[in-house]
Design a protein around this ligand. Structure first.
Ligand code: NZQ
Ligand code: ZN
Length: 386
């Protein structure tokens, strides 16, 4: 097992009817900016619950943060933060609203020239404006981690940021919120969380027995609950396990002491930036090709995953490893997720070269757990995914 530090300061308040607990978490004298997305919270009753809980608090609102949180829109919110002397942010939404709020937490205290530099220059936020979250969509894990991904339509970029100052102070996880989520977003959430685990697991063995089993248990749970969540989102047992699995998939725990990859995400973000494809779907497009292309590096873990997750015990290491990639793709397909770029756009020619060029320009010359995935190799992987 590799050496590691681990600190996760986010307080999780999990369970039925917990949204009302917000009021105990926010200082009474705070000037709060309540941030939300396109309005789903006004239809499903979450907005009402939040407003009731905040009845005695000074609250300003900012809605309209789009899926793939847009820089220009967030800059409008930053103006509100400055004009209204906001001291505390509250994100009510999925990964997009939470990530947008993290950007604002960083930008509110940033004294550089332009907040976009936080993303392009990789400026870590040591201390941001405090914020809490009410999670409405299990998927990203953003509710318990310190990362964010921000989109800029003007330049068709989607870039990551983070730092120890960007953990939410608290996050409210009421699994009942999933009842109003459209099926498309439920399957996105399952796929995103599943791939988060794979990014931190599908590398090479380092004798981290417990981390491997943490990771495997999340995969097994997601596979078990997926059909139940889709069939009946009011099934609380399934919903609560779904929500907690998504949070645990990316709150830092399972990546400790093990190598991590994250190339699938890096490439996938480009597909969202270029074509607007939902984040989770870009992962399902890239992951199978990535694992086939890097088969030799990853086959031991692929074979372990084949045995423990998919029950494949026959054949050689190579046979099992290959079968595991097929099973993974079938899992995504069974959720209704297409796994080829050409399923999403007819304009895919040239995409591989474009992504490789962007990675070269950014100096991303060695991705993956061995830092050896060059832009030329990325180009090949993307072509395999056409
Ligand atoms: O905007 P509203 O009206 O709220 O509707 C949203 C949106 O249209 C809707 N929705 C959310 N909760 C709902 C609901 N509809 C009905 N009932 C509810 N309870 O779902 C749509 C998608 O929401 P979004 O927040 O975009 O989805 P998700 O949580 O999947 O977040 C995706 C974003 O997170 C980033 C992605 O890149 C993408 O921008 N990620 C963030 C990560 C992180 N911070 O750690 C890691 C991930 O790998 C990912 O990159
Ligand atoms: Zn993701």
């Amino acid at each position: 097992m590799n050496n590691f530090d681990f600190k996760n300061p986010t307080k999780i308040i999990f369970g039925k009817d917990t949204i009302k607990n917000i009021k105990e978490e926010i200082p009474a004298d705070a000037k709060v900016l309540l941030l939300y997305g396109g309005g789903s919270i006004k239809k499903n009753g979450i907005y009402e619950q939040v407003k009731t809980a905040l009845a005695d608090v000074d609250v300003t609102e900012f809605g309209g943060i789009p899926a793939n949180p847009e820089y220009a829109k967030l800059m409008d919110a930053l103006t509100v933060i400055k004009d209204e002397n906001i001291t505390y942010l509250l994100a009510v939404g999925g990964g997009s609203v939470i990530d947008g709020t993290k950007f604002l937490s960083a930008a509110a205290v940033y004294d550089g020239e332009t907040p976009w530099d936080i993303l392009t220059k990789n400026i870590r936020t040591e201390k941001g404006m405090p914020f809490g979250t009410v999670l409405t969509l299990p998927a990203t894990g953003s509710e318990m981690n310190s990362g964010a991904v921000i989109t800029r339509e003007e330049t068709k970029e989607k870039l990551a940021m983070g730092g120890p100052g960007l953990f939410p102070v608290f996050s409210i996880l009421d699994p009942q919120v999933i009842t109003s989520i459209p099926k498309r977003q439920l399957v996105n959430g399952l796929t995103d969380a599943f791939t988060h685990v794979l990014e931190q697991y599908m590398t090479y063995p380092v004798g981290a027995l417990l981390q491997d089993r943490f990771a495997e248990s999340i995969l097994q749970t997601l596979i078990e609950i997926a059909p139940k969540v889709l069939e009946d989102p009011t099934d609380y047992k399934a919903a609560s396990n779904f929500m907690w699995s998504c949070t645990m998939a990316l709150n830092g725990l399972i990546q400790k002491g093990v190598p991590t990859d994250w190339a699938v995400h890096a490439i996938g973000h480009e597909l969202t930036a270029l074509f607007g494809i939902d984040h989770a779907r870009t992962l399902a497009v890239i992951a199978p090709s990535h694992y086939k292309f890097n088969f030799e590096d990853k086959k031991e873990k692929l074979a372990q995953y084949a045995e423990r997750i998919w029950g494949i015990t026959e054949g050689s290491t190579d046979d099992k490893a290959y079968e595991a990639i097929t099973k993974t793709e079938a899992f995504f397909n069974n959720l209704g997720i297409d796994t080829k770029l050409s399923d999403y756009t007819k304009e895919y020619e040239g995409t591989a070269e474009k992504i490789a060029q962007r990675f070269t320009d950014r100096g991303w010359t060695g991705l993956g757990e061995h830092q050896t995935l060059s832009p030329e190799r990325v180009e090949k992987i993307v072509k395999m995914a056409y």
